[in-house]
Design a protein around this ligand. Structure first.
Ligand code: 8IG
Length: 298
C-alpha cells in the first residue's frame, strides 16, 4: 500500500467501505471507489443497481438483458485489465435493463486467482460493483460437473461453496457470516424463470491447471458438485461488501476422470456458444425480475 493509495481514499462512505469493526486495508476499497467513479463518468450512468460478472461461456448470453448503452475497455477503468483468456471480453458494459429505467453493470473483465495469485485483484470487480451502487451481483462461470447426468450446457444454481484456494480476499478480523452466502430468495427468483434448474455446491480450485481425476474425486467426497477456478473468492468479497449474491454455473465439461474425454478450453467455448440463446434468455429473465423487485440487503 503506497501513500498515494491512502491519499486517494474518499471520505464519503460507500457500499464498498468495509464494516468499521474490522481492519481491512483501505487501498483495495479506495481503488474500487476510483473505478466506480470512472465508470459513472465514462458511461454517464450514476448508479448501476445490478452487476453481472461474466464467466466462460456467458459472454454471448448478455445481449438479451437489454440495450448496451456504453462499453468500456478494461484498461480504461482503474484496477481492471484484459486477461486475454479466450471467451473473456475484457470490457465493462452498462446495459439498460429491458422494461425498466435501471442499469446493469456487466463485467466481462474478471480477474482470476491464477493470473497473479492476488485475491484483492480477484475481488476488485465485485467491490467496484458495490461502489457503483449495486445491491445484487450475479456471478456466472463455466465449470466442470461431477454429476454425470449434467450434460454440457446444463445451468446449475449455486447453493453453497468450498473455497479450496487456500486464500481469502479478506484480511483482519472480518468475520463475515457465510451461512446463506448464495441467496435463497434469488434462487427462487431464478426458478420463476426456469423452474427445473438444479442446484449444487461449487468448489473453487486455484488453477490454472484442471484437476487430476483424484482431485475431482476428492472434491466430490468433500461435498462439491461443480469444480472451477473462479466465483468463490468473489462471493466472499461480495458478501463482505454487502451484496446479495446469485451464482450461476454453466457446466461446460464433466470433471476430469468422470468421462473418458480429455478436457479442453475449446470444449468450454463451444458449450457456451451452443448454450448462448438459452442461458441468455435465463439471464435476461433473472435480471429483469431483479430490477422489478425491491432490494433485499443480506
Ligand atoms: I469451463 O473442469 C471449466 N473451468 N477447475 N475444472 C476447473 N475449472 C474449470 C473446469 C473444470 N471447466
Amino acid at each position: 500500500m503506497s501513500s498515494t493509495d491512502s491519499s486517494t481514499a474518499a471520505t464519503a462512505p460507500s457500499p464498498a467501505d468495509p464494516p468499521s469493526d474490522d481492519q481491512q486495508p483501505a487501498a483495495p476499497f479506495s481503488l474500487a471507489r476510483l473505478a466506480a467513479a470512472r465508470i459513472a463518468e465514462l458511461t454517464g450512468i450514476p448508479e448501476h443497481r445490478v452487476a453481472v460478472v461474466l464467466g466462460s461461456g456467458w459472454g454471448e448470453a448478455v445481449s438479451l438483458v437489454g440495450e448496451t448503452v456504453s462499453t468500456l475497455k478494461a484498461q480504461d477503468v482503474p484496477g481492471f485489465h484484459v486477461s486475454g483468456i479466450p471467451g473473456h471480453a475484457g470490457t465493462l458494459s452498462s446495459v439498460r435493463i429491458a422494461g425498466t429505467d435501471q442499469y446493469a453493470l456487466v463485467i466481462g473483465a474478471r480477474t482470476h486467482l491464477y493470473e497473479s495469485r492476488d485475491a484483492d485483484g480477484v475481488a476488485h470487480g465485485v467491490r467496484t460493483a458495490a461502489a457503483a451502487g449495486a445491491r445484487t451481483v450475479v456471478l456466472t462461470n463455466g465449470c466442470g460437473g461431477l454429476n454425470p447426468q449434467w450434460e454440457p450446457g446444463t445451468v446449475v444454481l449455486l447453493s453453497d461453496q468450498l473455497n479450496l484456494t487456500g486464500t481469502s480476499p479478506l484480511r483482519g478480523p472480518a468475520f463475515v457470516d457465510l451461512t446463506d452466502l448464495y441467496s435463497a430468495r434469488l434462487r427462487a427468483l431464478a426458478r420463476r424463470v426456469e423452474p427445473e434448474l438444479p442446484e449444487g455446491v461449487y468448489a473453487q480450485f486455484a488453477g490454472p491447471q484442471y484437476e487430476t481425476p483424484a482431485e475431482v474425486r476428492m472434491a466430490g467426497r468433500l461435498g462439491a458438485d461443480l469444480v472451477g477456478m473462479s466465483t468463490a473468492l468473489e462471493a466472499i468479497a461480495a458478501r463482505h461488501a454487502g451484496l446479495e449474491i446469485l451464482g450461476l454455473s454453466l457446466v461446460t465439461n464433466l470433471g476430469a476422470g468422470i468421462s473418458a474425454q480429455p478436457l479442453s478450453h475449446d470444449e468450454v467455448t463451444a458449450a457456451g456458444h451452443a448454450a448462448a440463446p438459452r442461458i441468455g434468455a435465463l439471464l435476461a429473465g433473472i435480471v429483469q425480475r431483479l430490477a422489478a423487485e425491491p432490494d433485499q440487503v443480506p
